[in-house]
Unconditional design. Structure first.
Length: 264
């Protein structure tokens, strides 16, 4: 079986994972969840663990040789050539608050590079799918980022300004000063909207692999650029800082702003 057929098989299964997690999320959406606070002060609910456990069960049954990295449990064969990356509820705080910007993130990495990604928002009915070498789709139709003539015309998203440490704040301030408007708190939906040409740039920190692995095939397949703050492509070694732009020229401009701001 050639690589293309494998890719189709992986995508079909990723869609099954998204449908399973989405069904659980829809069922729980109207009930106020029990909440715990992790050591890093982030929130977790029993639902996070339940969804991830179910996805891990499905993966172990269908692809037992593949690795799994998820937010709620220890990695399973995380050094395998093919590794699934799972975030059962991205935007847990939004889920707890009842704001419908939360969703599930699913990625497949091959030799450390994300080659397949899904952003699934079952409450709003939005699903973005990215596959390396193919156009990104949103709800079944091809989507594209939009051209942006200057950062001064751009809409910038960031998960939360509170996530930025003191040494990172100058970079955020530079982005605030350079852009036309800022959108806070969109979680993973912000990156889907960037792929759909609704926003122009995204700037984030304090993230883990499961928070951003799907974004690379989704953003790149829509014509945009996503890297860490140093301009390196997203892979399994990427740290906590990521940035993206729908217009490649704006991404280069953002890199220059960050480099200058972080030297001060």
């Amino acid at each position: 079986m050639h690589a293309g057929n494998h890719q189709d098989e992986w995508l079909a299964f990723a869609l099954r994972l998204a449908s399973e997690s989405g069904a659980i999320l829809r069922e729980a959406a109207t009930v106020r969840p029990d909440v715990e606070v992790k050591s890093d002060k982030s929130f977790v609910t029993a639902l996070d663990a339940r969804i991830e456990r179910r996805m891990r069960e499905m993966l172990a049954d269908r692809f037992p040789s593949h690795g799994i990295i998820g937010e709620e449990e220890a990695p399973s064969d995380g050094d395998a050539d093919l590794v699934w990356v799972l975030d059962p509820i991205d935007g847990t705080a939004a889920f707890i608050a009842g704001l419908p910007v939360y969703g599930s993130l699913i990625a497949l990495m091959r030799e450390g590079e994300p080659i397949l990604g899904i952003i699934d928002h079952p409450i709003t009915g939005d699903r973005w799918i990215g596959v390396k070498g193919s156009p990104t789709t949103h709800n079944g139709g091809i989507c594209r980022t939009r051209a942006c003539g200057a950062l001064g015309e751009a809409i910038l998203s960031a998960s939360n300004p509170d996530f930025f440490d003191a040494d990172e704040t100058p970079a955020l301030d530079a982005m605030r000063a350079a852009t036309a408007w800022r959108i806070w708190g969109g979680a993973c939906m912000s990156f889907g909207l960037l792929a759909s040409g609704r926003t122009d740039a995204a700037f984030d920190t304090r993230l883990k692999l499961w928070d951003f692995a799907p974004f690379r095939p989704i953003i790149e397949g829509a014509g945009g650029v996503i890297t860490d703050w140093d301009g390196r492509p997203i892979d399994h070694q990427t740290g906590k800082r990521i940035m993206a732009a729908g217009d490649p020229a704006r991404h280069r401009e953002m890199l220059g702003l960050v480099e200058t701001a972080m030297k001060r």
